[in-house]
Design a binder for this molecule. Structure first.
Ligand SMILES: [Ca+2]
Length: 269
């Protein structure tokens, strides 16, 4: 395989240029609007928009705010990748894995999965308020040879898995809500804990110390140890997941039977 850029370093370089510069949600007109609207610069514009009732706060709800942050960095990285010759980038679905898929000769060929996670700082400033979710544990992660819905290809086809963590302080007083954004790029196994990130969902959780996330000091000494632990984990399997799994296994068996048939035919010729 051709030598390419190291995706992790490339992402780190790009992310160091990223600024979350979303000041709120724009409203076209309101009872307090007046015209013409003039401003000499960004600060005056913001003040003028606010006084004219054109600016609504971003959502408080963590998942909704996380989505705004994710969309903003995904747009930014997509634009950066489009300027890089030989780099291909594909955006994943909202509920699928990964958020971004990188491929092409710029990164040495093969497929690389990049997922974005936003997390709020806890009041003590040293931890995330809740554990970051690294993967859904009972589908594509547990069955890495199968091609699950919501994914581009089987999990096991990726040469690299990387997470972009967006850690911020929540400010309920500001329209932007987000302050002191820190971006960390890590391999998921390096920041994994032995705990789920939700008591009701089948999610693999990260460690919650921000220092540990930054340093990549999770609970596992090697990727092997991480995969063994979490693939053995007794996640519950819903009837829908069970049905999907059976469908995928049947498809894989049919494919294998077809390969065997062709192989025997080929051998007979
Ligand atoms: Ca995500």
């Amino acid at each position: 395989m051709a030598e390419g850029l190291d995706l992790s370093s490339w992402l780190q370089d790009q992310c160091s240029d990223f600024r979350f510069d979303v000041g709120g949600v724009f409203q076209r007109t309101s009872d307090t609007s007046w015209w013409p609207l003039e401003a000499a610069g960004p600060a005056e514009l913001e003040q003028r928009l606010e006084r004219g009732g054109h600016l609504l706060p971003l959502p408080r709800e963590p998942a909704a705010l996380a989505n705004v942050l994710e969309v903003s960095i995904v747009n930014f990285l997509t634009a950066r990748a489009s300027r890089l010759p030989g780099a291909d980038i594909q955006r994943g679905s909202e509920r699928g894995y990964p958020d971004l898929e990188f491929s092409g000769p710029a990164f040495g060929g093969g497929f690389h999965a990049v997922d974005v996670k936003a997390a709020r700082r806890a009041a003590n400033g040293r931890q995330t308020q809740s554990r970051i979710t690294l993967y859904t544990g009972n589908t594509y992660f547990k069955w890495p040879e199968l091609h699950w819905p919501g994914t581009f290809r089987p999990f096991g086809d990726y040469l690299t898995h990387l997470d972009i963590l967006m850690i911020y302080t929540f400010n309920p007083e500001s329209n932007a809500r987000v302050e002191d954004l820190e971006i960390i790029v890590q391999q998921p196994w390096r920041i994994a804990s032995r705990d789920r990130s939700s008591t009701t969902r089948e999610y693999i959780g990260a460690v919650n110390s921000i220092d540990a996330l930054r340093a990549g000091e999770g609970a596992f000494a090697s990727p092997m140890e991480f995969y063994l632990y979490w693939r053995r984990f007794p996640f519950s399997v819903s009837p829908q997941v069970q049905t999907q799994l059976q469908r995928l296994l049947r498809a894989a068996q049919a494919e294998l039977a077809e390969f065997r048939r062709r192989d025997q035919q080929g051998g007979a010729e």
